[in-house]
Write a protein that binds this ligand. Sequence first.
Ligand SMILES: Cc1cc2nc3c(=O)[nH]c(=O)nc-3n(C[C@H](O)[C@H](O)[C@H](O)COP(=O)(O)O)c2cc1C
Length: 409
Amino acid sequence: MTYYYKGFPQSDRDEKISMINVDELEERAKKVMPEGAYYYIASGAENEWTWRANTSAFNHYQIVPRALTDMDDPQTDTEFMGMKLKTPIMISPIACHGIAHKDAEVATQKGAAAAGALFSSSTYANKSVEDIAAAAPEAPRFFQLYLSKDWDFNKMVFDAIKKAGYKGIFLTVDALVSGYREANLRTHFTYPVPLDFFTRYLGGKGEGQSVAQMYASSAQKISPEDVARIKKESGLPVFVKGVMCAEDAYKAIGAGADGIYVTNHGGREVDGAPATIDVLPEIAKAVNHRVPIVFDSGVRRGSHVFKALALGADIVGIGRPYLYGLALGGPKGVESVIDQLDNELKIDMQLTGCKTIADVKHAKIDRIHYGLDTMPSNTDPSRMEPYPVTADNQIKSQEPDATSGASKH
Ligand SMILES: Cc1cc2nc3c(=O)[nH]c(=O)nc-3n(C[C@H](O)[C@H](O)[C@H](O)COP(=O)(O)O)c2cc1C
């Protein structure tokens, strides 16, 4: 069944999804999501080279199988910032989960909690931080901050997340403006479902904004002093999200950052940026275990999680795959995606003699150059037509909604 928010169709499913791998969910999600929503998720910046490289670059590293390890029953539980987790796989912050499910972030939080995974909530979430926390009161969660130019807005956010029990902040510094995402332009994408912090602060004006408009309200200048100020005003640990070189890791730690988040925003910002897995080793060397490292972008396999952990990450985020899981199965769909990757990770752990996540961090990785894989771009215009027409993915009314512009999707 499908719900509608001002004509915009939202899934209301809550069922486990079976899959052979998480990659196949991308095609399946098209059948339950409107075109604009799907391409907002799937797309990257410009020619999407970085988007493709994020996943294919995992092939630059090889997991060395180990023999005679006398080990079975690998365990993926781990600890991060004092939080006990069942898996090192994390829900990376993504805006507007309401494009995938009527319960939006509340549904994602439920799925993450069921899988024992760390959830992180975007400043651009549809649901309130209080409702997200109430969905799984005992579950650990972080908050992703788009710093606003307006410090009254920032203060409102800090007060709310502290009261709601969020354990820390991922300060996003790699999206000072939106990357040039052509798919959003082709589909005239605007956020079809209101984003809680903006309606809380701006009232009705917070609705129906384009991605570029949203980014324009956030700070385009973020300095090391801002890291210290956010820490002081929020009283929470702050990770810098968007570190892609050793120099910036030094700078962030020098500014008092409690952790480093290695990401290129899933290839959505600078097209031509290196794949995150290729910069992780130099950043891990610079960080030298002084603070924890979060990693994401392009992770689609248990073996990718394994490689990231072995090359220096403490926890590994996924983005697009769980949002497809949310559209296809709601909370249980999110849980299925995490479980799929966790089960694949366990296979690699067994075959390398790694009983624990701590063992994976010392696993033997090789770096031999083979020919690069080539992958087609998922939002290449030639692949955008024809879009599948199903009962679930059609906007109800052709009349654009006055506030949300929903029928544009
Ligand atoms: C649809 C979408 C929306 C996103 N929204 C945010 C956001 O609000 N804040 C943020 O810091 N990162 C955001 N990201 C980036 C993710 O946190 C993460 O870095 C990225 O999705 C990882 O790459 P992957 O999708 O290839 O796994 C978004 C990514 C996607 C795909």
